[in-house]
Design a protein around this ligand. Structure first.
Ligand SMILES: [Zn+2]
Length: 171
């Protein structure tokens, strides 16, 4: 089922999500709906916060929108256990912040623990785009958007643009 993606400045994007007790059928259904919604909008990651759920759940597929076979990460209660001092800067976008991209600097390597789709605990190390994507999605679960890292001036410009876009879409 396609879900509705909340758009900035929706206050629900600022809600801190709560840990789940276990990955149940209900959570698996949420994961599948989120994945379908993410593919529909050609994103590579989506957090439950973006569809108005307060569960700590994210889905990621870096091959979304390509010819490559899907490589899906289902993560419940993702926890970043370690991050490197080394940073990397990548251009980020977000399905909740339309038509906006910006260079964001984050730790280059991370170690993350989570529950997978089968409620099994997993621990992986990630770098490159996967590391950036996981950090971006975990931020969502904490009510943080990538544009929060930009200067106040840049944030104001983005909000002005989003307001205009909203008016346009209302027609
Ligand atoms: Zn996002």
């Amino acid at each position: 089922m396609l879900l509705t993606i909340l758009k900035e400045p929706d206050p629900r994007l600022r809600v801190k999500a709560k840990p789940i007790e276990a990955v149940t059928d209900e959570i698996r259904q949420l994961m599948e709906d989120m994945l379908e919604t993410m593919y529909h909008d050609e994103g590579i990651g989506l957090a439950a916060t973006q569809v108005g759920s307060d569960k700590r759940v994210i889905v990621i597929d870096l091959n979304s929108g390509t010819e490559e076979a899907p490589e899906v990460f289902y993560m419940a209660n993702p926890e970043i256990l370690w991050h490197s001092e080394e940073k990397s800067t990548l251009k980020e976008g977000c399905l909740s912040v339309p038509e906006t991209r910006a260079d964001i600097t984050r730790p280059a390597h991370i170690k993350v623990r989570y529950l997978d789709r089968d409620n099994q605990a997993q621990e992986i190390e990630a770098d490159g785009l996967l590391a950036t994507c996981i950090q971006h999605e975990v931020d969502h679960l904490n009510g943080v958007l990538f544009i929060d890292y930009l200067s106040r001036l840049k944030q104001e410009m983005i909000h002005k643009k989003l307001k205009k876009l909203k008016k346009f879409h209302a027609l």
